[in-house]
Write a protein that binds this ligand. Sequence first.
Ligand code: ZN
Length: 288
Amino acid sequence: MPELPEVEALSAYLTEHLVGREIGRIHPVAINVLKTYDPPVTALQGRTVDAVGRRGKFLVISAGDLHLVVHLARAGWLRWQQKLPATPPRPGKGPLALRVQLADDPATGFDLTEAGTQKRLAVYCVTDPEQVPGIARLGPDPLDPAFTAAELHQLLAGEKRQLKGVLRDQSVLAGIGNAYSDEILHAARMSPFKLAARLSEAETATLHAAIGDTLRDAVERSRGLAAGELKAEKKTGLRVHGRTGQPCPVCGDTIREVSFADSSLQYCPTCQTGGKPLADRRLSKLLK
Ligand SMILES: [Zn+2]
């Protein structure tokens, strides 16, 4: 799933390739990805893109007072294309959900695709990005220079949930998902199950630094990469997420996993939990 660093990189890539270009034909192939209908997405046809940006994990392509907002969700992706066929795409079983062609070069544009059956890719055409519910409820952006350790301390005060869940909550912090929350907690040497409200001021400062360093490093690695190369880059840059059974790059201990119904988290016991493996709730539930 693309998170803040990948969407930031996509946004930078599209800023370079799309800003100043006129949008030609727009083909909604899988109608169910469109979450708004007024104005219709085709209202963007004939408009010139003047900015591309990111809000949390949302990509915002702006053309005057209209904005195409994309949430790639778990299996969605954006592919920049330079050899688009002349014939319009047909609805079918393929991954293509929406195609945008450039007016002066219809072979160039981008495809929004979604692999698998989850169907969570969401596209909005709005006159203000704040009209997208997921954007309206976003918490502060962790890469905003104005986001300080003191602000994080305030966000976590009275927070009864565990750090893993809090970091992924878009209304607390915008843009962090399952992968980077694992990476941040590993960098901060904290248990994913630690209660957020229990963090001391010093621990909050450590967590704040880990959030900034982890995300900035990932953005830096992704910068300048073409849209198609981002997924592979994300995988190679991760230290614990998705690396169950492999050695921790910091201490060499074996990276462990806790599974949930629809996701899993990875962590290093030596770095994060005093050497103690966390209980795998799904597994212990099955064993009972
Ligand atoms: Zn370790």
